[in-house]
Ligand binder design. Structure first.
Ligand SMILES: *Cc1c(COP(=O)(O)O)cnc(C)c1O
Length: 356
């Protein structure tokens, strides 16, 4: 071990960093590996005051998002992407070396990595056979942890399986764990199924936290802008831990335009197109011989189990189509996640599969 490695914190020495789609890279001209939107809009930037620090929480975007989410401005925090919200939650509520978070795999990888970088343990309650949350087992694990399981991360639509949450069961879990743990519902993809949001539970449950992002349906992954929705008491605690200027001025300007009435309309039109493309793709996939299973389709992606995913993955690569491989993940053998792109990208995807 090098001297510098030995200087690093133990938790960092043993850490495997999150392999984002960008870090994995790939070669091709059709990018369907990061659940990004296929189009980008044009925004106006005013660069006249870049010498000044930005607002701690730019009021224009806080009020625009509160309005969009039908919540009070005191119930909204904006962060450097939803990923920063995950990290701030852990740093605000988990005592390093003592507390833990609870995750339900297979799910989004950043919860565990964020916890590990903070020296916080990761407990697991596996998703059920159909990849729905096992609410009773989660409740039992939180209650059995002597107050040490401080945060439960649920993801809905779940990345990568597409499963959603059951509002009644979630409400029961929130009540059972009140005062013991926060229940986080990661709604990174909720714009693709807005009727399934859990924001209406916030006013009744102080331990519910919802994370959101502009990276997916809003087509703004590049600007790194996310939101946390919860009762004001939670937002205030997180406000103690967050960086002093978390949202760069130019980011706030773009976010404000994206959250305007026009911006919301553009987003909803995009969602309608992508949801339609998703339906077409899912229908076609289910007819193919090489496909074993198409998982629930609720976000801008679809997880597919193939008979031989290595062969499929190679065929995509040969045709310059970059997908996200999940075949090495437990319980996701032979699975590939396909981001829903524009109709041209979807035809190319299907033509590669048809050529097999
Ligand atoms: C993409 C994604 C995020 C991260 O969003 P950013 O705002 O880009 O940091 C969080 N959670 C899930 C489930 C995601 O898929």
């Amino acid at each position: 071990m090098s001297k510098i490695t030995m200087l690093a914190r133990k938790a960092v020495q043993v850490l495997t960093p999150y392999l984002s789609a960008r870090r994995i890279g790939g070669q091709g001209h059709v990018w369907l590996n990061a659940n990004e939107a296929p189009d980008s809009s044009v925004y106006q930037l005013d660069s006249s005051a870049l010498n000044r620090y930005p607002e701690f929480q730019p009021p224009q975007i806080i009020s625009a998002y509160a309005n969009y989410a039908k919540l009070d401005t005191t119930q909204v925090l904006t962060t450097r992407g939803a990923d920063e919200s995950i990290e701030i939650l852990i740093r605000t509520f988990c005592e390093p070396g003592i507390d833990s978070i609870l995750i339900c795999p297979p799910t989004y990888g950043m919860y565990a990595i964020s916890a590990e970088t903070c020296g916080v343990d990761v407990a697991q309650v596996a998703l059920q056979d159909n990849f729905d949350v096992d609410y009773d087992a989660v409740e039992a694990a939180v209650l059995a942890s002597n107050g040490h399981n401080k945060i439960v991360f649920l993801c809905a639509p779940n990345n990568p399986t597409g499963n959603i949450l059951d509002k009644q069961k979630l409400a029961k879990l929130l009540t059972a764990t009140e005062g013991k743990a926060l229940i986080v519902a990661d709604e990174a993809y909720i714009e693709f199924c807005p009727e399934l949001t859990q924001t209406d539970l916030i006013n009744d449950h102080e331990n519910l936290v919802i994370t959101r992002t502009l990276s997916k349906a809003f087509a703004l992954a590049s600007i790194r802008c996310g939101f946390t929705l919860a009762q004001a008491s939670v937002i205030e605690m997180m406000g103690k831990v967050i960086a002093p200027y978390p949202v760069p001025g130019p980011v706030a300007q773009i976010a404000e335009q994206a959250l305007s009435a026009d911006g919301l309309e553009v987003m909803r039109d995009r969602v309608a197109v992508l949801n339609n493309n998703r339906q077409v793709l899912a229908n076609e996939l289910s007819k193919l011989d090489c496909v074993v299973e198409v998982f629930p389709t609720t976000g801008n992606f679809v997880l597919v189990r193939f008979k031989d995913s290595a062969k499929v993955f190679q065929a995509f690569a040969d045709d310059g189509i970059v997908m996200r491989d999940f075949a090495n993940k437990p319980r996701l053998e032979n699975c590939v996640r396909i981001t829903i792109g524009n109709s041209d990208e979807m035809s190319k995807t299907l033509s590669t599969l048809n050529s097999l």
